[in-house]
Design a binder for this molecule. Structure first.
Ligand SMILES: Cc1ncc(C[n+]2csc(CCOP(=O)(O)OP(=O)(O)O)c2C)c(N)n1
Ligand SMILES: [Mg+2]
Length: 411
């Protein structure tokens, strides 16, 4: 290669790098104005505005309006309580990581309505398959928050028995759980637990992933299987607009809720910061699955207010102005506004929930700080359901290796 060829090659490589470097393009425009998701998109299911005022009936929200009308004051109070407690648990997880008590924490800040709406719609027999940020769904399914902290503290490999609350272990491999969920849903079908008409028996599965997850092979394969099998699964995509530092514009040109139709699966776009809307579309999609009408894809359009995880610094790739736009759409503010307008709670109620949040925060902090470290060889437990000669040999070697240090010190 001549010097000129090398120089040209380098220039071409630099061009290519800058094409993929989101920071080189400067701050992206506010997400509100990027095409499919502008606030006047008629496809978006919404029930309350940013202050909690009930919105008019539209073609998009009409199919779900009855579900919202049927909600009682008690339902509204329970959703509000979940939103506040989940936010508080999340804040505590973040603080504990910063104080060196956890290895990592992925915050759900901003996504409470998406997760609580979906989580509240699940029945006990329904099975949820989360990613790693679904602390709000875990809460709704009854998984103790201490168990989430244990996993991120590294004192165990999972943190809970998935079959106790029908909440699968967190899955870090992006999109993987979509296949697990679809396979489980096909199993539910084989067991005959769909369309029996028995509300305690008919079962649905809900699979959670993010906007980034929709680009994974596993996600797309899962949609094909679910569609062909008419499996009782609801795909719940939390589009928080970022996959670490990659914005939506780098994930897709056709949004997930539209793309699902190409798989033969109806797609619903919902305002992911509107708790009434996320609840209503989830109830409808899960009913559809339980009654044998097949899968649905819900795209909850929301925003990740915090960093990707405690290892990330979002100021490197997104503007403060964008974050401020989304602060205005805060799900808790909206729910409270709605409840006050409708008289769903006495003023004391809101203070009581704040006090309960304080208590839970103190409880889980204490539990986290006093969690015993497991014996190191426990890392070989639960790899297989039954003893396996390879892991048994590895465990024995590891124990021998550990003991060699003790003996060295003793001499
Ligand atoms: C198969 C795989 N590839 C890459 C990663 C690294 N990774 C961790 S989180 C993440 C972004 C996921 O974004 P999204 O699906 O939008 O979920 P969010 O974190 O925004 O909730 C990536 C690429 C991974 N965990 N698994
Ligand atoms: Mg994302």
């Amino acid at each position: 290669m001549s010097d000129k060829d090398v120089a040209e090659d380098r220039a071409a490589n630099a061009d290519m790098r800058s094409a993929f470097d989101t920071s080189a393009a400067g701050p992206r425009p506010p997400s509100e104005i990027t095409g499919h998701y502008s606030s006047d998109n008629p496809d978006m299911v919404q029930f309350v505005d940013a202050d909690g005022n009930r919105l008019e009936t539209t073609e998009a929200n009409a199919p779900y309006a009855q579900i919202v009308e049927d909600m009682t004051s008690q339902d509204a109070r329970e959703i509000y309580r979940d939103l506040v407690l989940v936010r508080r648990i999340d804040a505590e997880g973040h603080a504990l990581q910063r104080q060196g008590e956890l290895g990592l924490w992925p915050s759900l800040l901003g996504q409470e309505a998406a997760q609580v709406g979906a989580g509240r719609a699940l029945k006990p027999q329904d099975y949820a398959f989360p990613g790693y940020r679904e602390h709000g769904v875990a809460w709704c399914k009854g998984v103790p928050p201490e168990n989430l902290l244990g996993m991120y503290r590294g004192v165990n490999h999972g943190g809970w028995n998935s079959n106790e609350n029908n909440f699968h272990l967190y899955t870090i491999v992006i999109g993987n759980q979509m296949l697990h969920a679809t396979g489980y849903a096909m199993g539910v079908q084989t067991d005959g637990d769909v369309a029996t008409g028995d509300p305690e028996r008919d079962t649905a599965v809900m699979a959670f992933t993010g906007d980034g997850g929709t680009a994974q092979g596993d996600y797309n394969e899962a949609l094909v299987f679910a569609s062909v099998a008419a499996a009782p699964v609801v795909f719940f995509v939390q589009n928080n607009q970022w996959a670490i530092s990659e914005p939506n514009e780098k994930q897709f040109t056709i949004p997930p809720y539209q793309r699902s139709r190409g798989f033969g699966i109806p797609g619903v776009l919902v305002d992911g910061n509107d708790p009434l809307a996320t609840y209503a579309v989830s109830v409808a999609a899960l009913d559809r699955a339980r009654s044998g009408q097949g899968p649905t894809l819900i795209e909850a359009y929301t925003y990740r207010m915090g960093a990707h995880t405690t290892s990330d610094d979002p100021t490197k790739y997104r503007s403060d102005a964008e974050v401020e736009i989304w602060r205005e759409k805060d799900p808790i503010k909206r729910m409270r506004g709605f409840m006050e307008e409708r008289g769903h709670a006495e003023p004391d109620f809101f203070d009581e929930i704040d006090a309960e949040a304080d208590e839970i925060a103190a409880r889980i902090r204490h539990a986290c700080q006093t969690m015993p470290d497991p014996p190191q060889e426990a890392m070989f437990d639960h790899i297989y359901a039954e003893p396996h000669p390879v892991t048994e040999r590895e465990r024995a070697e590891f124990v021998e290796y550990q003991e060699s240090f003790v003996q060295e010190g003793a001499h």
